[in-house]
Every structure is written in C-alpha cells, then in structure tokens.
Design a protein around this ligand. Sequence first.
Ligand SMILES: Nc1nc2c(ncn2[C@@H]2O[C@H](COP(=O)(O)OP(=O)(O)O)[C@@H](O)[C@H]2O)c(=O)[nH]1
Ligand SMILES: [Mg+2]
Length: 309
Amino acid sequence: MQEFIEPPFDALNASGDVPADYRAGFVAIIGRPNAGKSTLLNALLEFKLAIATHKAQTTRHQILGILNEESHQMIFLDTPGIITPEYKLQESMMQAVSRSTKDADVLLHLVDATRLADEERVWNYMRSSGKPAVLVINKVDAAKEGEVTAIKEVCTSVFAYRAVVEISAEQHTGLDELKKSLGEVLPLSPPLYPPDQLSEHPVRFFVSELIREQIFLQYAQEIPYSCTVTISSFKEEDKMDHIHAEIIVNRDSQKGILIGKGGLKLKKLGTKAREQIEQLTGKKANLQLFVKVREKWRDKESYLRGYGY
Ligand SMILES: Nc1nc2c(ncn2[C@@H]2O[C@H](COP(=O)(O)OP(=O)(O)O)[C@@H](O)[C@H]2O)c(=O)[nH]1
Ligand SMILES: [Mg+2]
C-alpha cells in the first residue's frame, strides 16, 4: 500500500525537475446522490479509496485522492451528494461540499445519464464558487438512446461548462478523455503533494469507512443512516493489525438489530469488513466490533465533532 500521511510537502524544493508546463490542482467531484462520484474517484485512482454502494448518502466526508501523471497532478475531492439537509449530520455533509468547491480549482459536475433530474441545487454551489466546471455524464453504459443528448442539452443551456465528457465510471470508459479535459483547465503549478502519496487520511480512517460500507451493504432501511464507526484502538504489528472499532447507533432498539440473533449479524459484518481491511492493508487483521448507543448522536454537535464530522 502507498503512504497515507506525510509531513508537509515542500513543493518548491521538489519542483526542480518538473517541466515548465506541468499542471496541478484540486478537482472537486460534485453532484446529486448516487451519480457515481465515489465510483469515479476509485476508477480514476485505480484503487478503492472511497466507499461506494447502491444506497444514497454513503459518502459523509470530503475524501481526497491524488492522481499523479507525467504532465499533471490532479487532487480529487470526493464529496457527499448534494441534498437539502434534514438533520445536523447532513448539514455537516453539505459543509463538506461547500469546502470542497471553495478548495477546488476545477469543479467536476457528475450527472447520472439514466436519470434526468433537477440539478438546480448543484448549479447553486457551482455559481457561488465561481469556479470553472466540466460536465461529466456518467453511466452511459446503462443509458437509453437520447438520454445522454437530452441531459447534455439541458445542462449546457444552464451553465457554461469548459467541456462535456461522457463516461462509465463502472466500466472505466471515457476516463482518458476526462483526464485530458480536466488537465486543460488546471493551473500551471508544480505538484502539491509528493508523487507517491495517494491520500491524506490515515489508514484508520479508511478502516472505519470500510466497516461503514459493510453496514450500508448488509442492513436495511434506516440502520445505515443511524450508524457511525470509530476506531478505539489500532495496534500495528508486522504480520497483523489489531483493531477495536465501535459502531455507534442512534437508538437502543437499533443495537439489537445490528447484533442480530445470537450475534450472527454482527459476526457477518465483522467477517466481511475484515476481508476488505485486509485487502487495503495487505496483511491480516484481528477486528473486534463493539456496538454503543448514543441517543440522537446525529443531532448533537458534540458527538458529531467527536466522530469527525
Ligand atoms: N451502470 C452504472 N452504474 C454505475 C456507474 N457508476 C456508478 N454506478 C452505480 O451507482 C451507484 C452509486 O454509486 P456511488 O459511487 O456510491 O455514487 P455517489 O453517491 O455519487 O458517490 C452504485 O450502485 C454504483 O455501482 C456506471 O458508470 N454505470
Ligand atoms: Mg459517494
């Protein structure tokens, strides 16, 4: 696995052998829930960095992924899908979107080709950031004839995009053209991160995300939206990591659902999450899960801050 946390990088010192036309900058991937933003980030990096499921609102944080190519460095910011927030957790998710659009040099507006939907909220973020944007139409593998053209017409009549690209994030098509279009909009700059770095989150962050992903995959209805995961201890050894993780639920009744009869559901969750963690770290993991009730954590500022939102 590549390095995650690095000391602050001295770009100027490292720029000695960088060509004069090298470009680098931040690309915020924004759009409605389920457009395929996290799938696209993983496809671009050829690495599973962001969790992605069929359920909306899987992504809760700004996730940064770094793509290094010969002529440019693109720092992608995956973001939660843009919605109208209904509770404090969702407000903090929308703040992550605002932050990303402010940090970005270029906005990548991702739309789902199979669902012509109202993009007005997304355009509002784009307008208030004032950043150049590229329209990226995703899921062309599943779109019916005419859908792509219709979306293109609607979107380009509302917003002056620098380019329009059609892709399938799942099937990895159109990605070269996408990188080329983004490259043309990025500013001239030496690299901003060391070329061997893939992200800036610590490994334990990705571990908690992989557990959260399994909760999204294995539980129904409100359960995924009511849980968060924290890592209470993470001990690394040469051949094995020992990880204690807490799953926080919103209400007492959810604890039983999570654990299941005879603890079977939690056991299955632990097994699947452990497999994913082992793929990420490349070594064995000993994962222990604990379930805790924190009444209405999603609405309490102090809990939200403690859980990293
Ligand atoms: N058919 C098809 N499905 C896709 C494509 N990209 C993403 N998806 C699916 O769309 C759903 C949402 O993806 P995700 O990346 O989590 O969306 P996000 O909410 O925008 O981050 C998942 O079930 C993906 O498998 C694509 O190119 N084609
Ligand atoms: Mg996502």
